[in-house]
Design a protein around this ligand. Sequence first.
Ligand SMILES: *[C@@H]1O[C@H](CO)[C@@H](O)[C@H](O)[C@H]1NC(C)=O
Ligand SMILES: *[C@@H]1O[C@H](CO)[C@@H](O)[C@H](O)[C@H]1NC(C)=O
Ligand SMILES: *[C@@H]1O[C@H](CO)[C@@H](O)[C@H](O)[C@H]1NC(C)=O
Ligand SMILES: *[C@@H]1O[C@H](CO)[C@@H](O)[C@H](O)[C@H]1NC(C)=O
Ligand SMILES: *[C@@H]1O[C@H](CO)[C@@H](O)[C@H](O)[C@H]1NC(C)=O
Ligand SMILES: [Zn+2]
Length: 436
Amino acid sequence: MPSWVTSASSRSWMKSLRHLVVLSSLCCFISGYSDKDRVRELMSKYPLIDGHNDLALQLRKLHNNRLSKMDLHNVSKLATDINRLQAGQVQTQMFAVYVMCGAQEKDAVRLALEQIDVVRRMCTEYQEFELVTSTQELKNYESSRKIACLISLEGGHAIDSSLPALRMFYQLGVRSMALTHTCNTPWAESSSKLYNIYQRQNDSLTNFGKAVVEEMNRLGMIVDLSHTSWETAWAALKHSKAPVIFSHSSSFSICNHERNVPDWLLQELKKKQGLIMVNLHSKFISCREEANVSHVADHFDHIKRLIGAESIGIGGDYEGAVSFPRGLEDVSKYPALILELLRRNWTDNELADVLRRNFLRVFEGVEMVRDQLNRTRPSEIQISLEEVQNQCRLVLRPPDKRGQVDRSGTSRPRQETKLLLILSIVLLLSSLLMFE
Ligand SMILES: *[C@@H]1O[C@H](CO)[C@@H](O)[C@H](O)[C@H]1NC(C)=O
Ligand SMILES: *[C@@H]1O[C@H](CO)[C@@H](O)[C@H](O)[C@H]1NC(C)=O
Ligand SMILES: *[C@@H]1O[C@H](CO)[C@@H](O)[C@H](O)[C@H]1NC(C)=O
Ligand SMILES: *[C@@H]1O[C@H](CO)[C@@H](O)[C@H](O)[C@H]1NC(C)=O
Ligand SMILES: *[C@@H]1O[C@H](CO)[C@@H](O)[C@H](O)[C@H]1NC(C)=O
Ligand SMILES: [Zn+2]
C-alpha cells in the first residue's frame, strides 16, 4: 500500500476526530451538564437522610445549651450549620441526644432531657427546621424546603434501666436509641473498654436488655447498634422483631477499628433487612488521622460487594468527631461523596437508596412492627436491684416508725420539719400571750 494513502486516510480521520471533539464540547457548553450537575439533580430528587450528628453536644459544650447565644445559620467554628446543611442537600438529620458515660448512675436522665429540650427548641425556633417523628412526616417534607429533625438517644445508660423512662423518651419524640455509648450498661455491652463498669461473663444482652429491645419494638423506636460490642449487636439483631441500624459505623474489614462492623455481622444485618450508615470520621475510615474521599468510597464499595447497596446509608458523625477526610470537612460536602460513588459506577438507583430510600424502608419496617404489636401491653419488666449498682436509686418504702435514720435518708428531714412545726407553734402562742 503506498504510503500517501495511509497518511491521507489518517489525516481525514484526525479531521473527523477534531470535529467530534469540537462538537461534543459544544454540546457540553450548550447543555452545561457535568457529573456535578448530575449529583445535584439526583440529590434534589433524593435529598440525604443522615444518621448521626452531634450538634446538640456542641451547643452544650460551647454555650451550656443557651441557644440564644448563637446564630445557627452560620457557625464558623463548627462543621454543621443551617447554611451548610442546605448546601449539602441534607433534608433529614438525626440529631443525637448524647449523654456522657460519666453521667451513668448520676444525672444521665436529666442530661438526656436537657439535650432533647435543646434539639426540640432548635428545631422549632428556626423556621428552616422541622421536628418529625414518623415516616409519614418525612415524606410530607420531601416537597418542602425544610430540614427534618429526628431525635436519637445515644447511649442506653440515659434510661437508667427503666422501661417507663424509655417510654417517656418516646413521648418526647425520640425515635432511635443506641443501646450503649462507650460504657457498658447493666444490660448491654459497649465496644469500648474505656469504662470499667458492669463487666459480665456473658457479653451479650441480659434478659433485661432483651426486654429493652422488645419494648423499643413495641413503641416503634429504632434499635441502633453503633457503639455496642459485636456480641451485644448480634444478640440485639437476633432478638429484634424489627430491622435495626448502625447509625454511624463503617467497615471493619477496611479499617480494623472496634467501632466498625465485621463482615460476618454485616451478613447478619442483611438477613434482617437492616442498615449500616457509614461513619465519615477519618479514624474509622483510614484508621489514621488523615483520609480522603477515595478511602470513604472504599468502605461503600466493600459493603456493597458484600451485602448490596440496599443495606447502606450515611451517618456522618459531624460534631461527634474531630478529623474528617479531605474534601468532606463539613456537612456541605456530602455531594463530593456522591460524586465519587457516581464515578465508581454506582447507579442512580443505588445512590437514591443510599441517600434516603433505605432509611425510609427501615423506619417503615419499625413502624410496621409497632402496628403489629398494638395489642401488646406496655412491659412491666423491672431490672433487679442486684443488677444495678446505682447508689442514687431510692428504695421506696414507708418511713420507719421508730424514727431511725434509714438508708433512703427520709427520716432526718421529717424530724426537722416536726421540730420546726413545734417551734412555730410555741412562737405563735407566745406572741398571742404577749398581745393579751
Ligand atoms: C459566616 O461567618 C463568617 C465569620 O463569622 C463569615 O466570614 C462568613 O462570610 C459567613 N458566611 C455566610 C454564608 O454568612
Ligand atoms: C450468653 O447469652 C446468650 C443469650 O442469652 C446465649 O445465647 C449464650 O449462650 C450465652 N453465652 C454464655 C457463654 O453463657
Ligand atoms: C487519597 O489518598 C490516597 C493515598 O492514601 C491516594 O492514592 C488517592 O489518590 C487519594 N484520592 C484522592 C481523591 O485524593
Ligand atoms: C465504570 O464503567 C465503565 C464502563 O463500563 C468502565 O470502563 C470503568 O472502568 C468503570 N469504572 C470503575 C471505577 O469501575
Ligand atoms: C391494632 O391495629 C389494627 C390494625 O391496624 C387495628 O384495627 C386495631 O384497632 C388496633 N388495635 C388497637 C388496640 O389499637
Ligand atoms: Zn457516637
